[in-house]
Design a protein around this ligand. Structure first.
Ligand SMILES: [Fe+2]
Length: 174
């Protein structure tokens, strides 16, 4: 299976998309570590971001493993695709005084992009008959969904905590 897959158009597309996913995880790693490091007054958020940072590093390795197993050239792995870099920059540009709120929103948006990517990859892998890649992508997808759900639930609390701290004139920034 793996020797012929790279010769098909769909197989090449699958490998391309896996490379994009790898780039996306590297971007996520950067965003998560930057955000987690700057957060002080939200211990739960900080801990959850750090946990997802660990997951993200493993996800990047798993995706890389899929590319290698398919015989794709990993030397061509880019650290960022234009699209992902663009989104990352746009999101980090939002960081101002209310960065904990904006950072949480940005993380949530990023998770949704990851969810869309792994759903796409699962369908592509199935189409190509690469059930191992499909399984790996499903495992990663569950982690992204858990993170997205957590953020979705926490956004109101984070916002209210931010506003309360701001009203008290404390270090509302982080
Ligand atoms: Fe991820």
């Amino acid at each position: 299976m793996t020797t012929t897959l790279t010769d098909t158009k769909s197989g090449k597309m699958l490998i391309d998309w896996l490379r994009d996913a790898h780039a996306m995880e590297k971007q996520a790693e950067q965003m998560l570590s930057n955000t987690a490091r700057r957060i002080e007054n939200y211990p739960e958020l900080k801990a959850r971001l750090e946990r997802h940072l660990d997951q993200t590093r493993r996800q990047a390795d798993l995706v890389r493993g899929c590319i290698e197993r398919l015989g794709g050239d990993t030397s061509m792995i880019k650290d960022m695709t234009g699209q992902v870099a663009g989104l990352g920059q746009a999101l980090s540009g939002l960081f101002v005084g209310d960065e904990v709120v904006k950072g949480s929103m940005a993380s949530y948006v990023f998770e949704q992009m990851e969810i869309a990517s792994y759903r796409t990859l699962m369908a592509a892998a199935e189409h190509c008959g690469d059930l191992e890649t499909k399984r790996v992508c499903e495992t990663i997808l569950r982690e992204e969904e858990e993170m997205a759900d957590w953020l979705e639930n926490q956004l109101p609390d984070i916002t209210i905590r931010f506003l309360s701290l701001a009203e008290r004139g404390g270090t509302a920034k982080h």
